[in-house]
Design a protein. Structure first.
Length: 330
């Protein structure tokens, strides 16, 4: 027996999809990426971010696809700035979903249908690729990328509040136009911190974010992201966003038991650590061992503080948005 298909599903499957491709030195791969775009794509925006190799001109000279529009920057803005330029152009069309694909060939355009499905099914406002979903998926990932991804994932969970999201720097994404219109596009990072900063701003509007499993191809393409060059950028960005999110969520928009747990837990841990450290230094300098009661008091303060902070984290994890903010396409 054939499964029944609702009218809503039929309508959602006809969503108009625009693709944004930020480009910087991508002439080796861009034509293959464009050739793989399926018929479900209604418009394609190739953003030439002041490419030294003239990617935009190269595309115009070697493609006849009428869906493709090349946008050139007079000044290099970075991958985030190029993506935001494409987003703004896509919003001027009637596209309901805007997909971002890198021009280096690591993302298979055939997966776009899978990527946009949760949005079409009204299960998410924003979806992103996850290269770490399947067992053994990391075998093809260079070790330095895997190590960096692990650290960035943990920092991103804290700063964005999306504790169920992995592979936060994955550039294969899709967003519904309703969610995109709610975002302060001019406030989002223009550099490599773009995807991580975007997650922070998505939580600010209570958007639902979902991971979509994908396989990445690592060939001879050159990555423009050098880990040791951007580590400070990401660390500072995540600390800033994490602080802003905690203050806004638990002390501005709401104040409850989780807020109390955070305050008391932090204070008890700090007092326990300072008191224990001082007593330890005092015993070392005087040669008189600290009493058992002193050690127990310090340990108890730290233990209770840790338990309160764990309770706060548990509450924070359960605050992840579950109801999409975009309207169902008619």
């Amino acid at each position: 027996m054939m499964a029944k298909t609702t009218s809503t599903q039929l309508k959602s499957n006809k969503s108009k999809i625009a693709v944004v491709i930020p480009c910087y030195r991508e002439t080796d791969h861009i034509l293959d990426v464009l050739a793989a775009m399926g018929p479900e794509i209604t418009s394609i925006f190739v953003v030439d971010d002041t490419c030294p190799d003239g990617t935009g001109e190269f595309v115009q000279s070697n493609t006849k696809d009428k869906r493709i529009k090349v946008i050139r920057h007079e000044k290099n803005l970075g991958v985030g700035g190029a993506t935001l330029t494409g987003y703004k152009a896509a919003l001027e069309t009637d596209a309901e979903i805007i997909v971002k694909v890198d021009g280096d060939g690591q993302m298979d355009p055939a997966l776009i249908r899978t990527l946009v499905h949760p949005i079409q099914a009204h299960e998410a406002d924003y979806t992103k690729g996850n290269r770490l979903h399947r067992r053994g998926a990391t075998k093809s990932m260079p070790f330095i990328r895997l190590l960096g991804n692990m650290g960035l994932t943990l920092m991103s969970k804290f700063s964005s509040g999306y504790w169920d999201i992995m592979d936060p720097t994955n550039g294969f994404t899709a967003i519904h136009r309703d969610a995109l219109k709610e975002l302060p596009l001019d406030d989002i990072a223009y550099n490599f911190f773009f995807e991580s900063d975007l997650l922070y701003h998505l939580l600010e509007i209570d958007a639902v974010v979902r991971d979509v499993p994908m396989r990445a191809k690592y060939g001879e393409e050159t990555s423009h992201l050098i880990v040791h060059h951007v580590f400070g950028l990401f660390l500072c960005g995540h600390i800033k966003n994490g602080w802003r999110r905690i203050v806004d969520t638990y002390f501005v928009r709401d104040f409850g038991i989780a807020s109390v747990n955070l305050i008391l837990g932090s204070l008890l841990m700090l007092i326990g650590a300072v008191y224990g450290g001082f007593r330890w230094w005092q015993s070392i300098s005087t040669g008189i061992p600290a009493t058992a009661g002193t050690a127990i008091l310090s340990a108890m303060l730290i233990i209770v503080g840790t338990q309160l902070l764990l309770a706060f984290i548990n509450h924070d994890i359960r605050r992840v948005p579950t109801q999409p903010i975009h309207e169902i396409d008619e």
